[in-house]
Design a protein around this ligand. Sequence first.
Ligand code: PLP
Length: 436
Amino acid sequence: MFNITRLSEVLSGGILVSPATARVHSKITKTMTTPATYEEFKRLDMRLDMSRGKPSPEQLDLSRALLDEAGTAGFMSRDGIDCRNYGHVLGLPEAREFGAQLLDADAAHVVAAGNSSLELMHDALVFAMLHGVPDHAPWVRQGEVALLCPVPGYDRHFAICEALGIRMIPVPMRQDGPDMDVVEALVKRDASVKGIWCMPLYSNPSGAIWSQATIGRLAALAAAAADFRLFWDDAYRFHHLTDTRHTTPNIIELCERAGHADRALVFASLSKVTVAGGGIAFLASSRRNVGWWQKHMNVRTIGPDKLNQLRHVRYLRDREGLERLMAKHRVLLRPKFDAVIATFETLLGDVPGVSWNRPEGGYFISLYAPRGCAKRTVALAAEAGLVLTPAGAAHPYGRDADDAHLRIAPSYPSLEEVTLAACGIALSLRRALQDR
Ligand SMILES: Cc1ncc(COP(=O)(O)O)c(C=O)c1O
């Protein structure tokens, strides 16, 4: 049993109270026993938003020196580029080289951009829709456009598709990636299937680590659409939670070897490395795709924020520097994941039909409730002041036909808060089962 204070006192303004206040308050802990029933949990009057996988204030503090770097180290890049000025639409050369180290790519094939990789994915799809990919007609002029969406998946990928009118075709997700038999069957005859969302390492939210076999099959896919693309979102490439630093094969090389040199568009960012709203986002792809990107980007912007790129390169230095920082993130994150899983084991271990994964990296835990219970669990948690990701969010169009999947994001709350929250989630789920 663990003890924790009344969170209504701790978080009087909800999670939006200043981190400093929340930390001070969380020192006044250890006065109350863990709630044993949903009613007891509700009486705590918690105010906590766990709907998104955000880094905690402590994680953001790890890179405080990055922000100090800004004004002190000068504006001129290694090659004498004045980073205050316009230009360099593909990014600062040393930022591209840094990205190349991170992504095991050639710097000429890497673009260093603004802060958000999601923005790059959005733009890549917009360019493909409006202008077409190299040597192909715009997707919007080819009739219906569809993307394969391994499920459960990332809700913001699905939001982009929905906003652009791209039909989403769900594909079952396994622990080693999407069900490739289904993928192969779907792309083989249907030229309207233009691509697939991929999260090769520690997928959001299943934690899947895609196997070599899966990745090899994706590179070699015989797709009816000659302009088929892999939207390769490597968001959690360095976000290990265990001693094993898992890696995945180089998709750009594999595609090239399979005769599909332009197939992979690789995205990554430093959002969950340094600061979530101000990192660097990278795109890596074939030389032809980088040229395509540059052509359309030239219309969109006169260049990215090179000052931010410069200070990142100075602060992180190289891949080793980044990995050292990621080890510090792990020290903060791992206990939170362990606490959630231990709480689920204690409170849900005996409930038939309930399961969860134990991710080895990334930002999420998937909790599977018996059919028909996920929405009710989220609603009950919300009634008790705990905001979770909406049930169904990890499915295209928000439609989880089984109403069974819950995405748990343990990163932002303190360890005490997340432990109590896990308890609240488990009690809400048990209550949802009783209510059936
Ligand atoms: C799989 C995945 N891709 C992309 C992002 C967002 O990345 P960025 O901050 O670079 O836009 C997230 C954030 O949670 C994510 O989980």
